[in-house]
Ligand binder design. Structure first.
Ligand code: NAX
Ligand code: ADP
Ligand code: K
Length: 507
């Protein structure tokens, strides 16, 4: 799903009004109806609502929501911070409509003394500011945000939490801290960023019937990975396939006390659809690897505790994954350098291999084109330097992806995939149960296995990250986020592939 800027969303509105055609007030009614339907589905027994409305179209949505909720037998109070300015055309129209049927619910407030008491059971609707924000909230608006944030009521933000910019970082500006954000038609980038987790709460995208032609014709560098995109990437297995069709991959992982990292990466790789897998690990890992991943072949380093030299010819491998659990011993650093010098096909570089690279920036040029780097935010900072917010971090990821001709996956909730062509993809699968040791090792094995099968590096990254998160979601559904383990993610790869296989047929 493409991610549009606030300006593009405005253009999409206008396009829809002209082409459908539909009057803007009717589009607003559609958006408000979608919100009310969502509220009644999510909170079926809720009766009391307190709605704060600004004087733009976001406030217009709030006024329409108030009228629709009243018509559905809810009890609503609407508060409008009085700015002294005329409201937008559709705000005024909806104020008039509400005033005609339920004039008693409308109250204007101007000073902090007039901030209302909100009963604890009321749901607060934030319709103060939406995508039209063009400056930080100050004065009474900021005081109102503070007041709402101090209350324990559930807060549902309409389209955007008020105060948050859709396409750029604020400078710690006042924002509403919502529990739910109902975003019209699609996501906005700000809604997908860890920096804004406290403001956006759970994000729900509500379709409001904007014209698909605008969507299809309009380019944007950013996309959310969804089922439709995955269906275009996934390659079902060939009926007459043999293991030679699906590549031979090499996972270089482990050290004494960290056999688990190698086991997790290899078990994920052998469940990725790969034809053949070889693991390279330290000598003491022999029995552990051979018993826990019998499907993989094994080559051991002469050193009992660490990977010290690569005593193998890496040319036959269609993909190499390196990093999980290897440590940063001087001899291991040499082995990483040796691999960078001798292997010229895309690799997956993770964990300690990234930490080693970060200490040797002059080796960056040796990274084969099309490689996939999988740093978590701390590793990203070690590799490329500190950034001030998620927007600048993602911009830097895009610049480095282009410079190194690599894919960079900045891992986290909504992992961000930066490609050399300047595109940025946000993942939508995965959950906080995956914030547990070994989840990243599973991703490395999975990506290595997918890359070995001949997927392009960009497709492998998108597909692997989505599949990994989907398996994590199924694991959490079965075992809870708390009790699930990284190993459980591997156990649910099978069901995840089955689900993805159905996408192609249903879209
Ligand atoms: N396709 C869509 O997404 C649709 C969007 N609609 C709504 O329209 C909203 C956008 O409406 P508007 O463009 O009128 O903008 P807003 O309602 O977000 O803001 C209104 C006005 O407030 C002023 N303002 C900006 N920053 C301020 C600040 N910090 N303090 C005080 N005032 C400030 C500006 O003059 C701005 O135009 C969306 O967020 C959504 O809620 C819906 O009505 C219909 C369809
Ligand atoms: N809150 C979360 N929501 C979604 N995915 C998550 C979350 N926390 C972690 N993950 C995923 O789990 C993996 C963790 O990787 P990493 O930090 O390298 O862990 P480790 O080094 O312990 O294996 C990443 O793919 C990341 O995207
Ligand atoms: K809002």
């Amino acid at each position: 799903m493409k991610l549009f800027t606030a300006q593009q969303i405005r253009d999409w509105d206008s396009y829809t009004m002209q082409e459908e055609p539909i009057a803007s007030i009717d589009l607003m009614e559609r958006a408000a109806t979608a919100c009310v339907d969502w509220l009644q589905h999510r909170f079926p027994k809720q009766e009391f609502y307190t709605i704060f409305c600004g004087k733009g179209n976001n406030g217009g949505d709030g006024l329409a929501i108030a009228r629709l909720l009243m018509a559905r037998n809810c009890s609503v109070t609407v508060y409008i911070p009085e700015s002294g300015q005329q409201g937008s055309y559709d705000f005024q129209a909806n104020l008039e409509r509400l005033n005609q049927v339920y004039p008693e619910v409308i109250q204007f407030i101007e000073t902090p003394e007039e901030l209302p008491l909100v009963a604890t059971g009321n749901i607060i609707i934030d319709a103060i500011l939406g995508t039209g924000i063009n400056r930080p909230a100050t004065g009474f608006t900021a005081a109102l945000f503070d007041y709402i944030n101090s209350l324990s009521n559930i807060v549902v933000a309409i389209d955007m939490p008020s105060g948050l910019y859709a396409d750029k970082a604020g400078d710690n500006n006042p924002v509403i801290e919502a529990d739910h954000t109902l975003s019209f038609q699609g996501y906005k980038r700000a809604l997908l960023m860890a920096d804004n987790a406290g403001a956006v709460g759970e994000v729900h995208v509500l379709p409001i019937g904007l014209d698909p032609d605008y969507y299809n014709q309009t380019n944007t560098p950013f996309e959310v990975i969804d089922a439709a995109l995955i269906a275009t990437i996934y390659k079902p297995r060939l009926r007459f396939a043999h293991k030679g069709n699906y590549g031979h991959g090499l996972v270089i992982a482990g050290s004494y006390g960290k056999n688990g990292a190698a086991v997790l990466a290899c078990r994920a790789a052998v469940r990725s659809g790969i034809g053949l897998l070889t693991c390279y690990t330290q000598d003491s890992g022999y029995i552990v690897l051979q018993t826990s991943v019998p499907e993989a072949m094994l080559i051991t380093d002469p050193d009992p505790d660490h990977i010290t030299e690569l005593q193998l010819d890496t040319t036959p491998y269609r993909a190499v994954g390196i990093g999980p659990g290897i440590g940063t011993q001087p001899a291991t650093i040499k082995a990483v350098y040796q691999l960078l010098q001798q292997y010229r096909q895309p690799m997956v570089i993770d964990a300690d291999a990234l930490n080693i690279l970060a200490k040797h920036p002059d080796w960056y040029d040796l990274i084969p084109s099309g490689s996939i780097l999988t740093p978590h935010p701390k590793e990203f900072e070690r590799l490329f330097g500190a950034t001030t917010n998620n927007f600048t971090q993602q911009q830097l990821a895009l610049e480095k992806a282009q410079l190194l001709n690599c894919i960079i996956i900045v891992k986290g909730h909504h992992s961000f995939i930066a490609t050399p062509a300047g595109k940025g993809f946000y993942n939508t699968t995965g959950n906080a149960g995956m914030a547990t040791g070994g989840s990243g090792d599973v991703l490395t094995g999975l990506l290595t296995g997918i890359l070995a099968q001949g997927y392009t590096p960009e497709d492998a990254a998108i597909f692997g990250v989505y599949l990994h998160g989907l398996a994590g979601d199924l694991a959490a559904a079965a075992n809870s986020m708390e009790a699930m383990t990284a190993g459980d993610i591997i156990e649910y790869l099978g069901q995840s592939f089955q689900q993805i296989g159905r996408y192609g047929r249903s879209i």
